[in-house]
Write a protein that binds this ligand. Structure first.
Ligand code: F6P
Length: 365
C-alpha cells in the first residue's frame, strides 16, 4: 500500500443513474472526514462503474470535489451498465475482468471500495467481496427492488416526478374526456408504478406482479364512464403483463407484441381500450425523466443516513455488507444475502389492498 495510517476509499456508481447518488457520495465522504479526520482519508473516484474499475479509470479526489453536490442529479463519477453475467467471461478483447478489477483495487492501495448501485451492481459487488476485496454496497434504484431494504435512494424522487406527471395528466384527460395510459419504469418490479399510481390517483394500476385481464381493464374504464367520468388514468408498469403473456417465455412475448405492432404493454393497453370502448386513448412515456434532476428532500435525508452508515462500517472495518433500511432503522445486510435476489410487490400486500379498497382496478378482477 502506498499510504501509511490513511484510509484510501474507492467509490463507484454502477448501473442506471438516479437522483441521490451524489447526495450519498457526499454523505459517505463527509461522515468519513468527521469520523477519521479529513487528513486521514483519501477518496479514489472510479469512473463509469465497474467499467472504469476494469480499465483503471480512477482518480484521487479532493475534498472540494464533493462541495455543492447534495442537490445535483446524476453522478459526478459517471455510470455505465456492465452486465454481471459477462463479468466472469473472457470475451474477444481477452480481458479477464475480475482480475483487472482486483489489480486496479491493489494498484490504488484501496482499503475498501463502496459500490453504489442496484441489483446488477450488488451481484458484482458480492463477487468482488468473495474474491477477497473489502466491499460495502449502497442500495440505489428508482425501481426499489433491492432485496432486504424497504427503500432504496432514488425511489421516492421518481415517485414524486411520476406523481406530478399524473397530476398534470388528470387535468388534460378531464378536459378532453380521454383515457391516458402512462408507462412507468421499474424494470420487472411494480413498486414505482404502484406508489406513483396511488399518489397520483390513477384509476387503474397494472404491475408485473399482478397479471391483468384486458376485459377487466376495459370494464373498469367503462364503469367510470357509466358513472359520468369520461376520462381515466391508467398507470402501467413497463414490465406489466396480461394473463396470456404471463404464461409465455420472454422471446415469444416480444415476438407477439412486435407482430401486433405494439412494442410496449402501454401501446397495447391503449389500443385495446380505444377499440373496445370507443373512447380516445393516448399513451404517455415519462421514461428517463423519472430518473433525472435533483433528489427530493426525502431522498437527500435517506442518502445522508445511508452514507453515514457506510462510513461507520468503514470505521469498524465491517466489509461484505450493503446498507439497508429495515423497520425504519438503518442497518446492513450481508452482500451474499442480497445478491441474486429481487424484491417484488406482494399482490396481497398493504399498498395493493389499500388501493383496491378505494376502488382502484389492477385488472385482475
Ligand atoms: O433500473 C432503473 C431503470 O430506469 C429501470 O426502471 C429501467 O427498466 C432501466 O433502468 C432502463 O435502463 P437504461 O437507462 O439503461 O435504458
Amino acid at each position: 500500500m502506498s499510504h501509511s495510517s490513511k484510509k484510501r476509499i474507492g467509490i463507484l456508481t454502477g448501473g442506471g443513474d438516479c437522483p441521490g447518488l451524489n447526495a450519498t457520495i457526499r454523505g459517505v465522504v463527509k461522515a468519513c472526514y468527521q469520523l477519521m479526520g479529513e487528513e486521514n482519508v483519501e477518496i479514489v473516484g472510479v469512473s463509469d462503474g465497474f467499467y472504469g474499475l476494469i480499465r483503471n479509470h480512477c482518480r484521487l479526489m479532493k475534498p472540494s470535489d464533493f462541495y455543492g453536490i447534495l442537490t445535483r442529479g446524476g453522478t459526478i463519477l459517471g455510470s455505465r451498465r456492465t452486465p454481471y453475467k459477462k463479468m466472469q467471461l473472457v470475451e474477444e478483447d481477452n480481458v479477464d475482468k475480475v482480475k483487472q478489477m482486483k489489480d486496479t483495487y491493489k494498484e490504488w492501495g484501496l482499503d475498501c471500495l463502496l459500490t453504489l448501485g442496484g441489483n446488477g451492481t450488488h451481484k458484482t459487488a458480492n463477487l468482488l467481496s468473495e474474491e477477497g476485496l473489502n466491499i460495502i454496497g449502497l442500495p440505489k434504484t428508482i425501481d426499489n427492488d433491492i432485496w432486504g431494504t424497504s427503500v432504496t435512494f432514488g425511489f421516492h424522487t421518481a415517485v414524486d416526478i411520476g406523481t406530478d406527471a399524473i397530476d398534470r395528466l388528470h387535468t388534460t384527460a378531464n378536459s378532453h374526456s380521454r383515457i391516458m395510459v402512462i408507462e412507468i419504469m421499474g424494470n420487472k418490479a411494480g413498486w414505482l408504478t404502484l406508489y406513483t399510481g396511488i399518489a397520483g390517483g390513477a384509476d387503474i394500476i397494472l404491475i408485473p406482479e399482478i397479471p391483468f385481464n384486458m376485459n377487466h381493464v376495459i370494464a373498469a374504464v367503462q364503469k367510470r364512464a357509466d358513472s359520468g367520468k369520461y376520462f381515466s388514468i391508467v398507470a402501467v408498469a413497463e414490465g406489466a403483463l396480461d394473463i396470456n403473456e404471463a404464461a409465455m417465455k420472454k422471446k415469444e412475448r416480444v415476438q407477439k407484441r412486435a407482430e401486433a405492432g405494439e412494442n410496449t404493454v402501454t401501446a397495447r393497453v391503449a389500443n385495446k381500450i380505444q377499440e373496445a370502448t370507443g373512447y380516445e386513448a393516448r399513451t404517455v412515456m415519462p421514461g428517463h425523466i423519472l430518473r433525472g434532476g435533483s433528489p427530493s428532500a426525502y431522498d437527500r435525508v435517506l442518502a445522508t443516513k445511508f452514507g453515514a452508515r457506510a462510513a461507520n462500517l468503514i470505521g469498524k472495518g465491517k466489509f461484505g455488507y450493503t446498507v439497508a433500511m429495515v423497520n425504519d432503522e438503518i442497518t446492513e445486510n450481508p452482500l451474499s444475502d442480497v445478491a441474486m435476489k429481487q424484491k417484488f410487490v406482494d399482490p396481497a400486500g398493504k399498498e395493493v389492498i389499500t388501493a383496491k379498497n378505494i376502488g382502484v382496478s389492477f385488472g385482475d378482477e
